[in-house]
Design a protein around this ligand. Sequence first.
Ligand code: LLP
Length: 426
Amino acid sequence: MNHFHYKNGELYVENVPVGRLAGKVGTPFYCYSTATLVRHFEVLRDALAGLDATICYAVKANSNLAVIRTLAELGAGADVVSEGELRRALAAGVPPDRIVFSGVGKSKRELELALDKGILQINVESDAELEELSQLAAGKGRQAAIAIRVNPDVDANTHAKITTGRKENKFGIEWTRAHQVLQQASRLPGIEVTGVAVHIGSQLTELHPFREAFRRVRDLVLMLKADGLAIRRIDLGGGLGVPYDPRNENPPLPGDYADIIRETLGDLGCQLVVEPGRLLVGNAGILVSRVLRVKEGATRTFVVCDAAMNDLVRPAMYDAYHEILPINEALPGTELLPVDVVGPVCESGDTFARQRGLPALARGDLIAFATAGAYGATMASTYNSRLLVPEVMVKESVFAVVRARPTYEDMLALESLPRWMHQPAE
Ligand code: LLP
């Protein structure tokens, strides 16, 4: 459920009409709903009730400070994968002891920062990383709390680009070797083994891959405990999918996901960490855009809007489906015309939807790409020298610009011409 709905024929975010926001902020822009963020967090938290579970929000899904802060105020920790994300989580007030650092390629500087900040756990993904972390921590006289991320070799049945738990993927340590690596880790200076981590992929629409992966983790933890290793935390990653096409998609409910966790890992006496990203923020955001023109091609009609693949890359990158909502509600019985909705970027891949049935649209009309709260703004670029789009957060009847649109001066400010070139006249 989300808080984007039509009222009097117009799309609203909570109590604010999208059209009013567009008038104030200009298009394109991302818009997030606080009530939706809160609801999604609470649904998951309630589903996990009775388990010793911590929700560490995967900041990569949406790293706007206001989004992180909204979740942190509800008690969420953070899962971060870079120095930038760690700094964001801290700046948004996430306590260090609720931050997990994941990722296959952490730099020395990133590991040092994580140690200095005293975060909850570093998820180690290779023998070499373990070695480096041990030296760094020992050198600082610190103990690095670590989990070993295991690769359970389970097929998540999702898009190939976001599958992470197969043995041919770059992530984690083969689950068959994890036991040996953990034993070794427990003998290293500066290392405190706390547990095991796993993450098999994103946008999972079935539960059985989770069950399979969690069972493997269970077997491993039991084996480690039998060997006298104090495994006290299990990090289950994220990955639960959301309905992008509500008419045709029915991903599992958080309650059913929680039941799998309960069934496979609930009796081990370990603290559990989950790292949801998309589940918390996906349906809490839209990308609002204005139609620039409608172009009749040789075989089809193109609706050219002012948002492009650089603002929301998911359709171009993963052939992802995003529902397109006209801001002015189509009355029942309105004829839907098949159109291609495209952006202004100079690539045919800059296509949001092909032959999508939409009510007749005209220059100046506003549309919204739904379910754009996750991996929308965070994956945006300035390709074609387009400015990053602003982000707006709504709470009931009020809104705030939580990231401003940069200026063209900002865009040029970090670049300079080397001295050997003639400087162009002002
Ligand atoms: N934990 C780890 C270690 C991860 O790598 C990820 C996502 C998550 C948690 C959060 O997964 P989620 O709950 O959001 O599925 N850009 C892609 C998704 C990439 C996901 C990468 N890792 C997309 O737009 O679909």
